[in-house]
Design a protein around this ligand. Sequence first.
Ligand code: PMP
Length: 778
Amino acid sequence: MAHIDPVLLAAPPRIEPARALEVARTAFGIDAVSARDLGSERDRAFMLTGAEGTDVAVMKVSNTSEDTATLDMEAAAVVHAAQVDPDLPLAIPRQTVDGARRTALDIDEGTCQVRLYDVLPGRGRSDPRELSDAAIVGWGETTARIGRALRGFMHPAAVRSMLWDVQHAARTRAFLPDIRDAGQRAIVERTLDRFETVVAPVWPSLRAQVVHADLTTDNTLVDDHGRITGIVDFGDMSHSALITDIASALDSIVSDRPADDLLRLIRLYLDGYERITALDDDELRLTGDLLATRAAITIAIPAWRAAQGLEDAAFAERYSAVVARTIESLEGIGYDTVARRMLGSPAAAGIDLPAATAALIDRRAAVLGPALEPLSYETPLHLERGEGTWLIDVAGRRYLDAYNNVPSVGHGHPRVTSAIARAARRLNTNLRYLHEDAIELAERLVATMPDGLDTVLFVNSGSEANDLAWRLATTATGARGGLCTAFAYHGISEAIAPLSPESWPGGRQPDHIETWAPPDALRGADLDGAAFEAALARLAARGVAPAAVILDGALTSDGYPVPEPALVQGWASAARAAGALWVADEVQGGHGRTGAGLWSFERFGIVPDIVTLGKPMGNGHPVGAVITRRDLVRHFAEETVFFSTFGGNPVAAAASLAVLDVIADERLVDRAADTGEQLRAAIHEAAAGDKRIADVRGIGLATGVEIVRPDGSLAPDRATAGAIREALRGEGVLVGTAGAAGNVLKVRPPLVFGLDEVEIFAAAFRSVLASTSAHAGT
Ligand code: PMP
């Protein structure tokens, strides 16, 4: 068989207690009167006791095969770790009278090395079944602290082939014949098979460093609460995957627990670990496999050593039966289930996807009920992850995302995701406590606003922002009426649903609301302010005074008409003349979407009374804000106190700050302007001569493509628009539909959509126009 570290082949050195006492005196200057054998796999360890009967030092005598370079590596590692994390309870080898960390001793079998350690508090060889949940969490934390303390450590002797290191598990296959219990032998064989097929291929990609790899109950001292008070053995260190530490610790501390409690304990342990060091997906996914592998070698190596006569079988194999049960428990649960539970996400690999997707559709309907908006697309998307402008489904198919505006800086932008993760790990409280981030965010938002918009109120969604804007407006004006565009959407609350004709219950218009039609350049309708004036007049005729006019500056739900600034200025002055406040809803148009400044109202040359933010503000993390004038907030404060538990929390603030930074760093506002122009030009070109495409309009990366009957009537064609949307989905390109007639393709990608994506989009669009018939579905 392959080379085996001779240290595992040699028996513990034979040395009499008297000799140990003599070495302690001569080499370390310690006067002890007795030496008690502590038992060890391959070394000999003595507790040295002083004249008063107190324990004064622990002596470790390595076996004669131990490589001195390895011992020096251990000593250097402990000294390094103690420097990095002085509170780690490490057993540090004492210096000899000559200043070395070991001394050589000649015995009958050869030369062995003697090291001396302080006596650490606590008791050894604790029973893992007695470890409390808190102790398990603490064990995870200590494991991670050792890993962190060794992160910057390297030593040539660390590159070694230590059999206990799970990376060499396959080599223990040679020991299978030594496992006398047939059941255990079969378990080990299955586990090694799995290691080779599942773990080994991923191994080279795992984070690696010098690891302790042996934080077991045998190598630690604990207090009465099971908290680690001493770490006494660095003998299994090597350069390996970081999670080797986790495998070896878990193998010890979750052993002999009921199968149905196993996952809970592993997760508690990992919680402790991740308090110090976050684990990545592969590391979490492989936790169960690595635990099983370590358990398998915990059976195989002692069986082999016992067979070689190196150790007493009963002692060597004392853990074999319990760790075999650990493996059986993991197998019973199923490794895929273990992996999913560690990842905390039900997303599964290797499952029967069409069936799983169908089942999920049914479960969604069953548990979320009929009020929720239906799934997008006739064949819904079952997604796993997103990257930039791409969405990837559970089968690995990639879709060009030309629809989602929330991930405006791109799906999974690392700056935002790590800001969220770091903030969440650090602190998550509320605005009743001081924290820099929300204050800085508010200051930065105010700095982007026109003079006068100087006060920020944080909430958690666009609806909440608009709801609060409505309360500010009704409080300040004492009025109760509102105006919005004909097919607007502004949110879900009791106050805001009336301002959302797109989702009016039963299409019924509330008495205190009026709508006006935005301009329809295609048909030459509503190009002046008459529609707005008429809406104000209708409201007045019902005796309702307007508190607010709300406008989505991108006019998304209306199908992306692009009003001239002068027209909007006219609306705003008419609104104010009627006593209403102007609310700029930037939930869609803000954060650079229009490519004409950070906020869509900037293009109109107006100064709103209230600005509301949401959707892209946290790139998917729920956060919203209202920015308004101090006098309006003062009115409100006279009536009530405002507080939103989550509003402005440190995690949301960190996400929002990161989004603002990325928009600036990646020059996304300018890019939205350029790419939007290119996109509309490409769509025009692809649609040249196709009479169904009546209009390609929009601003920045908000584009509407109006689909009509090709008979010159300009009659909206919802069915064809829907057919094109579905066909594009089939081609792997995602768009939506909008507008009162549902006949406008809504092309509204993340702002990181670039020229490559424009080309992909145009090619798909061309092919879909060619393949969809003029009256599909009608
Ligand atoms: N305002 C506008 C213009 C919106 O488009 C939306 C959501 N589509 C909202 C407000 C409401 O935001 P949320 O869904 O976060 O409540």
